[in-house]
Design a protein around this ligand. Structure first.
Ligand SMILES: C[S@@+](CC[C@H](N)C(=O)[O-])C[C@H]1O[C@@H](n2cnc3c(N)ncnc32)[C@H](O)[C@@H]1O
Length: 273
């Protein structure tokens, strides 16, 4: 894939990406600075080697404060932990931005029928959809492979005065038996590398209950067909529909909802077919 707009990152930027960033209401902050008052300024600032920002996002009419990386240029891996997990400097910052698809998935989770289902978010990054579900008291587990994902999630729970939420490492190339099985599996913008369709389908299959609904928001990056084939080969029925919409900040979004079903599960897609 040809990189667009970012020299270090192989992930093509979504067409709405520049508008998405320019529309945010935030002041860039050095990580470790106190955002709530002056008390922490007397302490030695924690300097992790990357910069962050805090922005306000509106999802389903509610406002969320979200701490994210400043931009796609951020990178810090002093102990080589990310490298050992197969995360290159180019892909390191991907977890730490709110991608447009995350807003679409989070908005869907605001009204998603849950019916007591356990929910797993895969490749959660900043876990926006999980935060919305958690705010609804859902039984939700966020997962990712990035060494900093849990830390950013904790910060965002605090910023939004939310209690603890379950996070588990979930590397699609490995296994985490502690993760368990789920009746609803969700993800946004998780298909952008050639090896991901097969890995992700295998990971989802490992963590699916006998009856499961899988919902992925995909911004048309190009691995969708191979992922659908990999899921079909594992016995999942699937359908898709366009998710094109205007994001709360006014930016145009283009992408698809991908739905996969197994067992007795029926789709919660409001417009199936
Ligand atoms: C483009 S970001 C999307 C993040 C978030 N879902 C969103 O829409 O804002 C892709 C996410 O997938 C995660 N990811 C990529 N490869 C992974 C793997 N093999 N196992 C687990 N997570 C992975 C990255 O760490 C990152 O958080």
């Amino acid at each position: 894939m040809t990189p667009v707009g970012c020299c270090r990152c192989r992930l093509p930027l979504h067409p709405s990406f520049p508008f998405f960033l320019s529309n945010q209401a935030f002041a860039p902050l050095l990580a470790g600075q106190d955002t709530t008052g002056g008390a922490a300024l007397t302490e030695k600032p924690f300097m992790p080697g990357y910069q962050v920002k805090v922005e306000t996002l509106t999802i389903g009419g509610a406002e969320y404060q979200i701490r994210s990386l400043l931009d796609l240029q951020q990178f810090s891996d002093p102990d080589g932990e990310a490298e050992r997990l197969g995360i290159s400097s180019a892909t390191w910052p991907l977890f730490g931005l709110v991608w447009p698809s995350a807003q679409v998935l989070a908005a869907a989770m605001h009204t998603q029928p849950l019916e007591g289902r356990r929910v797993l978010e895969i490749g959660a990054g900043l876990a926006l959809a999980s935060l919305v579900l958690h705010q609804r008291d859902a039984d939700v587990t966020a997962s990712d492979c990035h060494p900093l994902a849990a830390q950013f999630m904790r910060e965002n729970l605090k910023l939004n005065q939310l209690g603890p939420m379950v996070y588990q490492t979930g590397h699609w190339a490995g296994s985490n038996p502690a993760l368990g099985q789920f009746e609803l599996i969700i993800g946004s913008d998780v298909l952008y590398e050639r090896d991901q369709p097969e890995q992700l389908a295998g990971f989802i299959d490992c963590h699916s209950s006998a009856s499961v609904e899988v919902m992925i928001v995909d911004p048309d990056r190009g691995q969708r067909s191979r992922f659908c084939q990999a899921m079909s080969a594992r016995g999942y029925r699937h359908h898709a529909r366009r998710a094109d919409c205007q994001l709360p900040g006014g930016q145009a979004y283009r992408g698809r909802f991908l739905y996969f079903l197994r067992g007795d599960a029926s789709t919660s897609d409001p417009l199936p077919g």
